[in-house]
Design a protein around this ligand. Structure first.
Ligand SMILES: C[S@@+](CC[C@H](N)C(=O)[O-])C[C@H]1O[C@@H](n2cnc3c(N)ncnc32)[C@H](O)[C@@H]1O
Length: 213
């Protein structure tokens, strides 16, 4: 979706995607990423997810990107952190301790902004991208994150029942996007909560993507 769409969602507080607690599939399956304290995780399209705080709490270096500056600032404020703020091209970099968040467009991020990346955590990011932009999203993510391993959490539902976002990203789409670079395993699927669960019987799915070769 374009930036105006998302900024309007934030401005009008239409952020039903934001969860009141860290995503429970993250907590359940995090160890499958095999990360040690001190390693780095990249969180694309991160919103103000409490997942960020949870990952910092695991001793990881956490880097995210989000269009909405207010959301980025809120993450630091709720952790009592006073970030250093610097412009870097079209992005604004907020950094305190092991947390770095870029306010701006994911597609403006380069490998230099986020390296090193030991793992990617995508929750409601790929499903937020317009279907026609998915290939570009996955290719850009692989490019800047060095084809890192990934925990991917998304939805599968009958797209005719609801307009996205979130869009339905069924298994065959995950395969089409990542099978050249990653071995893909469905590690859990469950009935989705909230509106998407009620309206479309959506499944929330967690995928583990392990780099090939
Ligand atoms: C569905 S929300 C998910 C947010 C977060 N991952 C979570 O679980 O709460 C998608 C977020 O991506 C942001 N976003 C969408 N496209 C973006 C882009 N190209 N660059 C940066 N942020 C983007 C939106 O502002 C929105 O906050």
């Amino acid at each position: 979706m374009d930036q105006d769409f998302w900024q309007a969602r934030w401005r009008d507080n239409r952020i039903g995607f934001h969860e009141a607690a860290p995503n429970s599939l993250l907590a359940q399956h995090f160890t499958r990423l095999g990360l040690q304290a001190g390693q780095s995780v990249f969180v694309p399209l991160c919103g103000k997810a409490l997942d960020l705080d949870w990952l910092v709490g695991k001793g990881l270096r956490v880097t995210g990107v989000e269009f909405n500056q207010g959301a980025v600032e809120e993450v630091f404020a709720r952790q009592g952190l006073a970030p250093q703020v610097a412009k870097t091209g079209a992005l604004t970099r907020y950094q305190a301790g092991t947390l770095t968040l870029y306010a701006g467009d994911f597609f403006a991020l380069t490998e230099e902004h986020i390296a090193p990346v030991d793992a990617v955590y995508d929750r409601a990011a790929l499903v937020a991208v317009k279907p026609e932009d998915r290939r570009a999203y996955a290719a850009h993510l692989n490019r800047i994150a060095g084809t890192a391993k990934q925990l991917l959490i998304g939805f599968d539902y009958d797209q005719s029942l609801m307009q996205g976002p979130p869009f339905s990203v069924p298994g065959e789409t995950v395969q089409a996007l990542y099978q050249d670079t990653h071995a893909i395993t469905l590690i859990e699927e469950r009935a989705a909560d909230g509106r998407i669960g009620e309206r479309c019987n959506a499944l929330e799915q967690a995928w583990l993507l392990a780099p090939k070769g």
